[in-house]
Structures are given as C-alpha cells and as structure tokens.
Design a protein around this ligand. Structure first.
Ligand SMILES: [Zn+2]
Length: 148
C-alpha cells in the first residue's frame, strides 16, 4: 500500500484514540492490517535491486507520496503531535523493508519476510479498480476521523 494511505490512516488513529500508547500501537498494527487488503503499489524495483544510479525516480515517487500525505494531514487534522507521531509509526514497516533491501541484516530480513507474507492477496486475481478503490475508501474514512 502506498505511504500516503498508511500515513493518513495512522494519523486518523492518532486523532481518534485518546491514549498515546494505545494509539501508537494501533498505528503500527494498522500498517500490517492495511497491507492485508488488496492494493496497488508503485514499483521501487531500482532500490530493491540496488541499481543506485536509477533510483532517483523511485526516490521521487516516495518523496511525493510522503509530501502529499503530510500535506493532507497538515490541512485536515487538529495538528496535534500524536497525529504526526502515529502517521510516522504507521509508515515504519515500509521503512524497515526499504532499509532491508538497501542494507540487509538479520532483523530487518526477518521483518521483511513477515511483511511480505502479510501481502497474501498480492498475487490473487483482483482487479486494479478494486485495489485502487480500497485505498480511496481508506483515505475517505481517515479524513472523516481526522476532522477536528
Ligand atoms: Zn507495508
């Protein structure tokens, strides 16, 4: 799932849940839950294959995705620190995955294996429309929960 969706849903969790430890825990778990749903992801194949000279488009996609998510949260939320903390926490699993692809180690490799298993609907025959529509619905629900 793209970063924007993870970020805004994590922010919504931070906005809706009053207890900080519970909000942070749920924001982290929300990443894995959302990844179980059928979704579209953009390719970061150059980062994965360590073709460093070709990584600029991949990095720009990630940066644009991140900036758009951040901008939506800035625009639509109560802008409390917990909202940004939860948005950040909700992205962490993908950060660990990218870290593992770039600089592999035992811990991030174990996480990456689990993270990949969670995407169990990835290879199922589900139309791109539904894979896209799922993410739109999650963003709409998140915006509703973020509203001050
Ligand atoms: Zn993920």
């Amino acid at each position: 799932m793209i970063l924007l969706v993870h970020m805004i849903f994590g922010a919504a969790v931070g906005s809706a849940v009053k207890s900080m430890p519970i909000a942070i825990t749920l924001a982290l778990l929300s990443h894995y839950f959302l990844d179980t749903l059928p979704h579209i992801e953009y390719s970061v194949v150059n980062i994965e294959t360590r073709h460093w000279r070709k990584t600029l488009p991949d990095i720009l996609k990630i940066l644009l995705d991140f900036c758009l998510g951040f901008f939506l949260i800035l625009l639509l939320s109560k802008n409390q620190p917990i909202i940004y903390i939860c948005a950040f926490i909700a992205m962490l699993p993908d950060g660990f995955t990218i870290l593992n692809r770039a600089i592999p180690n035992k811990i991030s490799a174990a996480h990456d294996k689990l993270h990949e298993k969670i995407h169990f609907l990835k290879h199922k025959k589900i139309s791109n429309f539904w894979r896209f529509f799922n993410q739109v619905i999650i963003v709409i629900i998140s915006i509703i929960l973020l509203k001050p």
